[in-house]
Design a protein around this ligand. Structure first.
Ligand SMILES: Nc1nc2c(ncn2[C@@H]2O[C@H](COP(=O)(O)OP(=O)(O)OP(=O)(O)O)[C@@H](O)[C@H]2O)c(=O)[nH]1
Ligand SMILES: [Mg+2]
Length: 397
């Protein structure tokens, strides 16, 4: 019997108005991994629900081969379940690894819900329940629609303010219901990445151009949104909103000028999608270390944020799982303060600190040793580093 949990689960919540590109995004995340020619040498990406997988792959093929985008899924809230199955299942490195599968739950939250009041108690309950189901996510992507920015050239402020204002209002509407049961929320997405969708429409922009535009035009609105969310959560200092930014493009869309219908959709030209898994799996751990260096975070908050970070850290650095397991069971027995937990585990800081040449060497070594977990995690970390260097993503330091 396996000694360790064999599956790690990460959740990511995607917030975007209707038409902002949510369905295309998830299709384009999943699709390429299903093409025979695109197989990843370290892992396989599969959909846990076969029907869902078929739908997403069909969406993708429609774009790739017929230049047709998927139909709108307005008002629908969907959670997609994916598994990243590491290769090398029965080699020696695999026997020692704490998990073989990294699961990703991807929650779509429909944008109409930002815009319109619920029209019945039933609808209101449904929204609250859906929102609750997102709360396990450490990371939220907040989409800014590149098409809308193009349409609002010169008056981007109007669009950005209404986007953030509407979202803030919808959180306020949910607030009483969310807090009714046990007061301030411990578990809540604490890292909100502001993401530009359809970045292919703004080919001259890098992530800094985008960030500057958002802060210049809607910095106050971002702060108000942050304040609103702070009121919902326990330990509100442990919250990043408006500190991380990224660019996303699911494909390069070429549109016919008369009616804006796509004539070609080049699915090989994607931006930022390869950062989704690295962001979902590593950013919570990194932020947890940054925050615990700066402040005292209660144990229960730490546990909900990037839980299992220790195992990931060991996976990255190639340390011994047994030490961590022993340590964790001791901590949970004695329920020690967070600072003790953090200090006693320098492996977390070590993992976060790995960078540059050292990281590259560790990745190459892990690949040579067919240690697929370490190869994957060090590769994710390299991808994040590269994304920052290429100015596709900008994560708070
Ligand atoms: N240029 C460009 N256009 C995109 C991209 N992604 C989506 N689009 C366009 O935006 C339209 C809407 O995308 P969807 O993914 O259906 O939007 P959605 O957020 O799921 O919208 P709802 O289902 O209504 O909530 C698509 O039909 C495309 O025309 C992209 O990466 N680049
Ligand atoms: Mg949709």
């Amino acid at each position: 019997m396996a000694k360790y949990p064999r599956v790690r689960e990460q959740h990511i919540a995607v917030f975007g108005e209707s038409g902002s590109g949510k369905t295309v995004l998830v299709s384009s995340f999943f699709g390429p991994a299903q093409e025979g020619s695109h197989a990843n040498e370290l892992w396989d990406l599969i959909a846990d629900d076969a029907g869902q997988g078929t739908r997403l792959y069909r969406n993708y093929l429609g774009m790739r081969d017929r230049a047709t985008a998927p139909l709108p899924t307005r008002f629908a809230s969907t959670t997609y379940h994916f598994s990243v199955k590491l290769r090398g299942g029965d080699n020696d490195a695999a026997k020692k690894r704490p998990f073989d599968v990294l699961r990703l739950a991807w929650h779509d939250y429909p944008g109409e819900w930002f815009e319109a009041d619920p029209d019945s108690q039933e609808e209101r309950d449904r929204r609250t329940d859906t929102f609750r189901s997102l709360l396990r996510s450490d990371i939220a992507l907040f989409l800014v629609d590149g098409q809308k920015l193009v349409d609002h050239r010169g008056e981007e402020e109007r669009y950005l303010k209404s986007l953030m204002g509407n979202f803030r209002q919808s959180i306020l509407r949910l607030k009483d219901d969310l807090l009714a049961e046990q007061g301030r929320l411990v578990e809540f997405p604490r890292i909100w990445i502001v993401a530009l969708s359809k970045a292919d429409l703004l080919p001259d922009w890098d992530v800094n151009t985008f960030r500057d535009l958002v802060i210049l035009n809607a910095g106050d609105d971002l702060n108000r949104l942050r304040a609103t969310i702070e009121d919902l959560i326990e330990t509100p200092e442990a919250l990043s909103i408006g500190e991380d930014f990224m660019l996303l493009s699911s494909a390069k869309f070429e549109l016919r000028s008369e009616d804006q219908a796509p004539v070609e959709i080049d699915t090989t030209q994607r931006v930022g999608l390869d950062l989704v898994l690295p962001v979902a799996s590593l950013l919570p751990m990194e932020r947890r270390v940054q925050w615990s260096e700066r402040m005292n975070i209660p144990r229960k908050v730490l546990d909900s944020l990037a839980d299992g970070a220790e195992l990931l850290a060991v996976g990255l650095t190639g340390g011994k799982y047994a030490t961590v397991e022993k340590f964790l069971s001791k901590v949970s027995r004695t329920n020690q303060a967070s600072r003790v937990a953090y200090k006693a585990l320098p492996v977390l800081a070590d993992a976060v600190g790995m960078a540059g040449t050292k990281l590259k060497e560790m990745n190459e070594q892990a690949r040579a040793q067919h240690d697929y977990l370490r190869a994957t995690l060090t590769q994710f970390k390299r991808d994040l580093e590269q994304g920052n260097d290429d100015k596709v993503i900008r994560t708070a330091k």
